[in-house]
Write a protein that binds this ligand. Structure first.
Ligand code: FAD
Length: 318
């Protein structure tokens, strides 16, 4: 069995497509797991995206605690004889996968963006050394655990005619010894670069915080309206919040259009946006690395190019 779990619906749906591919090769079934309230509509949605079975582990647990959730998943894995476990690689998923690996004495590869079968072995690739190399890892034992970041795989097309089984079961878990005393909601401006279809990004080529309005103006007239940035602008200069930070240690994005202005194109930035559809780079240095990743390159001063580009887009879009 190939088991898929994430507390994030979108990631679960994306992983289901890769799980279906692996399950087909292994001649196994794809099972999505829901932990918590028995949400049948969600279960049906997972089936429409490729799950052949949805296992609802009914619990009274109110909040995520990796000790309890890993206990529940470990019971399901043992009961079903699951061989491959794919977990969404968000904060909870990473914590969960490590504990689950410990409980099951299983191998665990984190943040994999390529999973396949080679010579009957499950393989998982992940980016290492700040994006300078790709580690190819082979599992020699089961169960195998792999965490998958958002946007690593495209979801299957939703098909409501897909059929699947829904199994509900109350599962007791070991009680966690930890206690959540207080939860603070993270302050958010509502910027979501990860889901944006168009991103206009700025880097250290900008001389002043106020100049960011040049990217904002271009972003505003484009449908996406989303501004991104390189690490120095968010982490060092603090001109923009971390919600805008793109790259290896920031957000991974996959927009249809990514415009990078005044960004040199160091590997750590590229690691976060290399899967973008069309990449346009604006840089005054014709040798800038960013041009190697760009589909279109504009060599010029961003202070001249951006206003002209904004006017041209405005004229085109009416
Ligand atoms: C472990 C690790 C993790 C990291 N994670 C990230 C990450 O997640 N995201 C990230 O972005 N970086 C990350 N970095 C940092 C990364 O290595 C680079 O330092 C950073 O991306 C550089 O940002 P930049 O391109 O804005 O600045 P610079 O490298 O300084 O580039 C500025 C560019 O602007 C151009 N320019 C200057 N003036 C103009 C002008 N008037 N018009 C047009 N072009 C102009 C210059 O030619 C230059 O190419 C990480 C580094 C490490 C070691």
């Amino acid at each position: 069995m190939v088991l898929v779990y994430s507390d994030n619906k979108k990631i679960t749906i994306e992983i289901l497509s890769k799980a279906s591919e692996i399950a087909k090769e292994q001649k196994k079934k794809v099972t999505a797991v829901i932990i918590g309230k028995p949400d049948e509509n969600l279960a049906k949605e997972y089936i429409s995206y490729g799950a052949e079975e949805v296992f609802i582990a009914e619990t009274e647990l109110e909040s995520f605690k990796s000790e309890e959730y890993s206990d529940i998943l470990a019971s399901i894995v043992k009961e079903t004889g699951t061989e491959t476990i794919l977990i969404g690689s968000n904060k909870n998923g990473k914590e969960l996968s490590a504990r689950l690996g410990g409980k099951l004495n299983a191998g665990c590869v984190v943040d994999s963006n390529n999973i396949y079968i080679k010579n009957n072995k499950l393989m998982a690739e992940r980016v290492v050394y700040s994006g300078n190399a790709i580690a190819v890892e082979q599992f020699n034992s089961t169960p195998a655990i792999i965490t998958v970041p958002s946007k690593a795989f495209d979801s299957l097309k939703k098909d409501d005619s897909r059929k699947g089984e829904i199994t509900k079961k109350k599962i007791e878990s070991e009680k966690s010894k930890s206690k959540i005393l207080k939860a603070h909601e993270m302050k958010s401006e509502g910027t979501n670069v990860e889901d944006a279809e168009i991103i206009v990004s700025c880097g250290r080529g900008f001389k002043d915080k106020g100049d960011i309005k040049l990217v904002q103006e271009l972003a505003d007239i484009l449908k996406g309206k989303t501004v991104g940035c390189s690490r120095p602008l968010a982490a060092d200069l603090k001109w923009l919040s971390e919600e805008h930070w793109i790259g290896l240690s920031g957000h991974k994005v996959k927009p249809k259009l990514y415009i990078a202005a005044g960004i040199s194109g160091q590997i750590q930035h590229i690691a976060g946006m290399r899967d973008s559809g069309i990449i346009v780079a604006i840089n005054k240095d014709p040798e800038a690395l960013i041009f190697r990743s760009a589909d279109y390159g504009i060599v010029g001063d961003l202070y001249e190019v951006l206003p002209k580009l904004t006017d041209a887009v405005k004229a085109k879009m009416g």
